[in-house]
Design a protein. Structure first.
Ligand SMILES: [Zn+2]
Length: 300
């Protein structure tokens, strides 16, 4: 039997699990600083609760703000019989991006081992939709017995032509795999690209595209866009400011990115630094989307 699963966060007051039905929940943070817990009604700080989930590195929750969904199913592994796992049979769309699969044996003496090529990739970005699982005993020499395996799959629906979002997914993947340096570039690129798009469309109302591009590339580079132009833009459009806390973590992320680009890498960043930066990039992505939606609504 298959069961759909949503990402969740836990209330900091009553510890109840609160499902995240829509990744755009992050936008609420910019409309109101606190939302009530649906169970105990006490106020929750979305930044605090979502950062906590990212720090604890549960796959579905790390990927919550890029729209992850989960499916849980059970399979029966028989001794010496490969099992063909088809994700399409679990109602996961063929073009979905598979982010993580966990196999946990519930009983018996076997574990599920994914079939690999003769040169397996250790840092896998594309998990297949058709997987052959080999039953392998926990301990060689002991009797092989039929085993129930709980399979948890984390995936995101396909989204066309959204490079910023793709970069965010790659940043989450790298973080989840504890490849912390590898999370820095895509997390920074995601915000930088989305912010440049927003400012370009705004400035183009007043000056030509070529001049705008040169201005943003040569004069008002990302740091000025984030720390000067965006606050001015928000004030002019009468929209909520990006909180200083998030801007601060984005500036730390930019420094890490510059350390890679200009100096090479020396010391790996700690998990907590990357969790803060990644969470800030995710919130900023939704903030910039919110602003774009508000502008489109105003124009429409
Ligand atoms: Zn509560």
């Amino acid at each position: 039997m298959n069961r759909q699963q949503l990402p969740y966060f836990r209330c900091t007051h009553c510890d109840e699990f609160i499902p995240i039905k829509d990744a755009r929940i992050a936008q609420l943070y910019f409309a109101t600083s606190e939302i009530p817990c649906p169970f105990c009604k006490r106020p929750l700080d979305l930044w605090d609760v979502l950062l906590k989930e990212i720090r604890e590195v549960w796959p579905l929750n790390v990927f919550a703000l890029v729209g992850a969904q989960g499916v849980i199913t059970t399979i029966r592994l028989l001794p010496d019989e490969p099992f063909k796992l088809s994700l399409t049979d679990l109602a996961i769309p063929r073009d979905a991006k598979i982010l993580d699969i966990n196999y946990t044996s519930q009983d018996g003496s076997l574990i599920a081992l994914e079939s690999q090529t003769n040169n397996p990739h250790r840092f896998i970005h594309d998990i297949r939709h058709e997987i052959v699982l080999h039953p392998v005993p926990f301990r060689y020499g002991e009797p092989k017995t039929e085993t129930t395996v709980l399979v948890s799959i984390t995936w995101v629906p396909h989204t066309a032509n959204d490079e910023a979002w793709e970069n965010l997914i790659n940043a989450c993947r790298a973080y989840y795999s504890h490849q912390f340096w590898s999370a820095v570039m895509p997390a920074n690129v995601a915000v930088e690209a989305r912010l440049a798009r927003l400012l370009t469309s705004f400035l183009e109302q007043f000056v030509g595209r070529e001049r705008v591009n040169r201005f943003l590339e040569d004069a008002a580079t990302y740091s000025y866009q984030l720390n000067v132009l965006l606050p001015v833009f928000a004030e002019l459009r009468r929209i909520p400011q990006l909180p200083d806390k998030i801007r601060g973590h984005l500036n730390s992320l930019r420094s890490l990115r510059n350390a890679i680009a200009h100096k090479g890498t020396i010391q790996p960043p700690c998990q907590e630094d990357i969790a803060n930066s990644l969470c800030a990039a995710l919130f900023a992505f939704h903030y910039l989307n919110l602003i774009e939606e508000q502008i489109l609504t105003a124009l429409g």
